[in-house]
Design a protein around this ligand. Structure first.
Ligand SMILES: Cc1ncc(COP(=O)(O)O)c(C=O)c1O
Length: 457
C-alpha cells in the first residue's frame, strides 16, 4: 500500500468506494441474482476464479459483446477497454473471424489432421517475428509450458530464469520471485507448487544486468522466459540497452531466449520483437492471435529446431509432455488465419496506437490539472496509469507501489459510468474498432472520479 506517497484522503476514498458499491449493486440486480445462484454450483460464483476480482464485489454478467462494446444482463452498455484482458484486443467477434469460424465449423472442428491454414499462419507468424518454425497450442500458458520443456530438453540444463513478478500463465516454474537475500522463493499466494521454486527457477529483477549476469554464469539455466516489456504489474519498459545485454549474455552462456509476446503484441504486428529488433530463439503468443478463439503459438528458430528434432530420446509424437488433443485444431487455426490476415494488420495498428496515445494524453491532462503526481505508460495500443510519479523499473518496485484501494475506486467509478478497464491494475487496450469518442468517455469518467476524490467540482 502506498498511503504515504499519495496525497489521498483515505477516509474519503473509503466513503466514495462505499457509495459506488451501493450504486453498482442497485443498478445490477440481475447480475447480483445470477452471482448468488452461481454460488451453489460454481466455485466462488464464477466459472473461473479471476472473475471474482471485478471491483463491484460481483461481476456484471455478460449478455453480449460486439466490437468495442459489451452489454450486461441488466442492460448496461459499456465501452470495453478491458477486451477480455487482451483475448479480444481485436474487438469482440470481428466479422471476418466469425465468418471463418462458421465456415470451418461446417468443415470440421478438430480432426487430428493438419489444415493448410496451419502453414499459412506459421508463415505469417514467421514473417512477423523472424522465427521460422511453429507449433500450436490452445493458450499462451500451453505455449510457454512447451517452450520450457523444449529448452530444458535441448540444453540439458535444469533451470529457468524469469523476472520477479512476471506472469506467463499458470506455468509452475514462473511463480517465483527474488527474495530479500537474493535467493529464489515462491511468489506469495502460489497455490500448491509442485516443488520449491528454488529448485526449478532463478528469479532476478527486470532491468538489472548484474543480477542477470550472475544468474547465468554457472550455465545451469536452460532459458530466460521474458516478456520484452513487463505488462502484468502494470507496464514496465526496458531500460535502453537492456535487451542488447540480455541477448549478449544469453548467447555467451548458451542460454536460450524465449520472448513471450502474448500481451506485447500491443506494440505492433510483430510485437516488441519486430518493433525493437529482438532476436529470440523462441517466441510465444496467445489470446488475441485467434480473436479469443482458444489459440496459442510457439515459434522456434532454425538452430533450436534442429537440436530439438535430432534428439531421438525426446518423444514429441506421443506422450513426451508437449502437445494436446485439441492443440492445432482446424477451428483455432482458421480463427488465427482470419485474425492475422484481416484484423491485426499493420493498418489496424496505425489506428490503435494513436488511440492509446489519446488515452495517455487525456489521463496526463487530468493528472496535471489536479496536481496529482501520477503517470501513464503506453506500449503500442496498451496504456496504464499508476499512482506514483516515476515508472517502476522492475516487478518488485511495481508490487510495492500497488494501491489496491485506489485501483478499486477508479475501476468501479468507471464501470458505473459505462466503461470497463481490466480488473487487474489500470490497463486500457485499444481495438481496431475502438473510437476516439470511446477513449474520451473514459477520460471524462476518470476526470469525474478524480474530482470526486479531491472534493472538487
Ligand atoms: C505475458 C503472458 N503470457 C501468457 C499468459 C497466459 O495466457 P493464457 O491465460 O491465455 O494462457 C498471460 C496471461 O495473462 C500473459 O500475460
Amino acid at each position: 500500500m502506498n498511503d504515504q506517497r499519495s496525497p489521498i484522503d483515505r477516509a474519503r476514498l473509503a466513503e466514495l468506494t462505499g457509495r459506488e458499491l451501493g450504486r453498482f449493486a442497485d443498478e445490477h440486480p440481475v447480475s447480483a441474482e445470477l452471482f448468488s445462484r452461481g454460488q451453489r454450483s460454481l466455485i466462488g460464483g464464477v466459472p473461473m476464479p479471476w472473475m471474482m476480482r471485478w471491483a463491484g464485489g460481483f461481476p456484471p454478467f455478460a449478455a453480449r459483446a460486439a466490437g468495442a462494446r459489451l452489454t450486461d444482463v441488466d442492460g448496461h452498455e459499456y465501452v470495453d477497454l478491458c477486451l477480455g484482458d487482451t483475448g479480444a484486443m481485436t474487438g469482440h467477434g470481428p466479422p471476418a473471424v466469425l465468418a471463418a469460424v462458421a465456415d470451418q465449423g461446417q468443415r470440421g472442428i478438430t480432426t487430428m489432421l493438419p489444415t493448410e491454414d496451419a502453414i499459412w499462419v506459421a508463415e505469417e507468424l514467421g514473417r512477423r517475428f523472424g522465427v521460422a518454425h511453429w507449433l500450436f497450442t490452445l493458450s499462451a500458458t500451453d505455449a510457454n509450458r512447451a517452450a520450457l520443456r523444449i529448452a530444458r530438453q535441448i540444453t540439458g540444463r535444469p533451470k529457468v530464469l524469469v523476472f520477479s513478478y512476471c506472469y506467463h500463465g499458470s506455468v509452475d516454474e514462473t511463480f517465483a520471485v527474488r527474495g530479500p537475500g537474493g535467493g529464489t522463493v515462491s511468489r506469495e499466494g502460489n497455490v500448491g507448487p509442485p516443488a520449491d521454486p528454488a529448485q526449478t527457477t532463478v528469479a532476478v529483477e527486470f532491468n538489472d544486468t548484474s543480477q542477470l549476469e550472475a544468474a547465468l554464469a554457472d550455465r545451469s539455466v536452460a532459458c530466460v522466459l521474458a516478456e520484452p516489456a513487463m505488462t502484468n504489474m502494470g507496464i514496465i519498459l526496458p531500460d535502453p540497452g537492456y535487451h542488447q545485454a540480455l541477448r549478449e549474455m544469453t548467447r555467451a552462456t548458451g542460454t536460450l531466449l524465449i520472448i513471450d509476446e502474448t500481451h506485447t503484441l500491443s506494440a505492433g504486428p510483430g510485437g516488441c520483437t519486430a518493433a525493437w529488433g529482438l532476436e529470440p530463439d523462441m517466441v510465444t503468443a496467445g489470446k488475441a492471435i485467434g480473436s479469443g478463439v482458444a489459440s496459442g503459438a510457439l515459434g522456434v528458430s532454425g538452430d533450436a529446431v534442429g537440436q530439438m528434432l535430432a534428439q531421438a530420446d525426446a518423444d514429441y509424437e506421443d506422450t513426451g509432455g508437449v502437445g494436446g488433443t485439441l492443440a492445432g485444431n482446424a477451428l483455432s487455426l482458421a480463427a488465427m488465419r482470419a485474425t492475422l490476415a484481416t484484423v491485426l494488420t499493420a493498418g489496424a495498428y496505425e489506428q490503435m496506437i494513436p488511440l492509446a496515445g489519446r488515452f495517455r494524453r487525456g489521463i496526463e491532462d487530468v493528472i496535471g490539472e489536479a496536481g496529482l503526481g501520477w503517470h501513464v505508460t503506453q506500449l503500442g495500443c496498451r496504456a496504464e496509469y499508476r499512482f506514483e510519479p516515476e515508472p517502476p523499473r522492475n516487478g518488485t518496485q511495481a508490487s510495492q507501489a500497488a494501491d489496491s484501494a485506489l485501483e478499486r475506486y477508479f475501476h468501479l467509478h468507471a464501470m458505473n459510468r459505462g466503461v470497463l478497464i481490466t480488473p487487474f491494475h489500470n490497463m486500457a487496450l485499444m481495438s481496431p474498432v475502438t473510437t476516439g469518442a470511446d477513449v474520451d468517455r473514459h477520460t471524462e469518467a476518470f476526470r469525474a472520479a478524480v474530482a470526486d476524490l479531491l472534493g472538487r467540482d
